[in-house]
Design a protein around this ligand. Structure first.
Ligand code: THU
Length: 139
């Protein structure tokens, strides 16, 4: 089902992501990222990227937000806002993590000034996604 957001919801998600970005731990890339995920129950989970001296151990802001939400019982998402300095797009791994919980989740990408630079669904950002439907029925 196509998901819709009001302008107020858009702005408050982006503002939450801007604040979350301040908590990023990104001493290696110096590319802090903030995310804010709105669930179907109306809760907002924030996330920031958390890097590590052992580089691959780090985690993106979007997946931090998704994992926080899922680990607190949420599995249905309306939208996620992602904020970077330059409005950079979510990485493939984060698109895949979002796809697990719905291809119609909206993804808003904004820059550090809160300007919306891109809005699309997960389906639009990950065409032909592999997902739960591709696996045999689980016992
Ligand atoms: N990063 C994110 O947090 N989300 C993305 O979708 C792209 C990249 C982080 C990972 C790393 O900490 C830094 O940005 C540079 O790649």
């Amino acid at each position: 089902m196509k998901k819709m957001l009001t302008d107020d919801q858009r702005q408050s998600l982006i503002q939450t992501a801007i604040l979350a970005r301040q908590q990023a731990y990104a001493p290696y890339s110096r590319y802090p990222v903030g995310a804010a995920l709105l669930t179907a129950t109306g809760r907002i989970f924030s996330g920031a990227n958390v890097e590590n001296a052992a580089y691959p151990t780090g985690m993106c802001a979007e997946r931090v937000a998704v994992f926080k939400a899922v680990s607190e019982g949420e599995r249905e998402f309306i939208a996620i806002a992602v904020v970077t300095s330059n409005g950079g797009a979510p990485c493939g791994a984060c698109r895949q993590a979002l796809a697990e919980f719905g291809l119609d989740t909206l993804v808003l990408v904004a820059d550090a000034q809160g300007r919306l630079v891109m809005e699309d669904s997960v389906a639009g950002l990950l065409p032909g996604a592999f997902g739960p439907k591709d696996l045999p029925p689980q016992a």
